[in-house]
Design a protein around this ligand. Structure first.
Ligand SMILES: [Zn+2]
Length: 289
């Protein structure tokens, strides 16, 4: 239904963020599959007994009925589908969720994107269900990798992004460091490293994980606990630099997430432990290391 109709339109949407309006109202920034990102006023939402108080909270998935207003649309009815209350009860999960929602907030308004909505919905659900840090990290890292892929920036791993040369690393050499260029979008062979002075280097284990995550159907399909602490940190660096370079934004929530991540205990293997990513040369996808 056209948003320019005076007839209310339904929207199944996730609350990305809210801000206060006047003394009683709240403006919600919503992400829906059908309408994309848009803002709507939740009138009276700051009154304790308001029916819209609970639904106008960040990370909530709800079904709204929205009326087009003169300057801002107005959510007249709402029904919570998933409150994701466990996210709000955990600092690390909250930090991840805030970061993922801020990433979604960079997209232009009113551009329907069912894949992006579904990506965030699945990641928030995984964060809500996550018990240990590994599961929360899996949800966050999976979202970052899939978000990059969705925007058309899935990195090329296992082939030199400059010359096309195959980059071969034996399966048992997970710690070998390979050059990775966030701006060129993938791994670089030794001869082409100098093509990107801003390149990173990361262990093969991190880059294999990046390759797998970009293609994983869900966070549960990827075992973050198999990564060493170092490999996980460098995977995060590769993902983050790629997002910064391609999106050209710096997100406020990222600093908070980094602080929480560095303070939280990491249950993954110590750096010296044998790597456990099963990537035999014969079963590896064509462009995997
Ligand atoms: Zn090359």
């Amino acid at each position: 239904m056209s948003r320019f109709s005076s007839v209310p339109y339904p929207a199944r949407a996730i609350v990305l963020r809210t801000r206060n309006l006047g003394e009683k109202d709240r403006i919600m920034t919503l992400l829906s599959a059908e309408a994309g990102k848009f803002s709507a006023v939740a009138r009276g939402a700051r009154a304790p007994k308001s029916k819209l108080a609970a639904v106008s909270q960040p990370f909530t998935l709800a079904r709204f009925l929205v009326t087009r207003g003169r300057s801002l649309d107005i959510a007249t009815q709402a029904e919570v589908e998933r409150a994701h209350t466990h996210i709000a009860g955990d600092l690390l999960h909250t930090a991840w969720a805030a970061y993922l929602c801020e990433l979604c907030d960079i997209v232009p308004e009113r551009q329907p994107d069912e894949a992006l909505f579904e990506l965030l919905r699945v990641a928030l659900e995984a964060l809500d269900q996550a018990g240990e840090r590994d599961q929360a990290d899996a949800a966050g890292l999976w979202f970052e990798a899939r978000f990059l892929a969705l925007l058309g920036y899935a990195p090329t791993i296992g082939r030199c992004v400059a010359c096309g040369e195959k980059i071969v690393v034996p399966p048992n050499d997970d710690s070998r460091r390979i050059a990775f260029s966030p701006s060129l979008g993938g791994t670089l062979c030794a001869a082409c490293q100098s093509r990107d002075p801003q390149r990173l280097t990361a262990p093969a284990q991190s880059l294999r994980a990046l390759h797998s995550l970009s293609r994983a159907a869900s966070p549960e399909a990827f075992d973050v606990s198999s990564l060493t602490t170092l490999a996980r940190r460098e995977l995060r660096a590769c993902l983050h630099r790629s997002l910064v370079v391609h999106l050209e934004v710096r997100l406020r929530s990222r600093k908070f997430l980094d602080e929480v991540l560095s303070a939280a205990p990491c249950a993954s293997l110590p750096a010296a432990a044998p790597a456990a990513v099963p990537l035999a040369a014969t079963s590896a996808p064509p462009d995997a290391l």
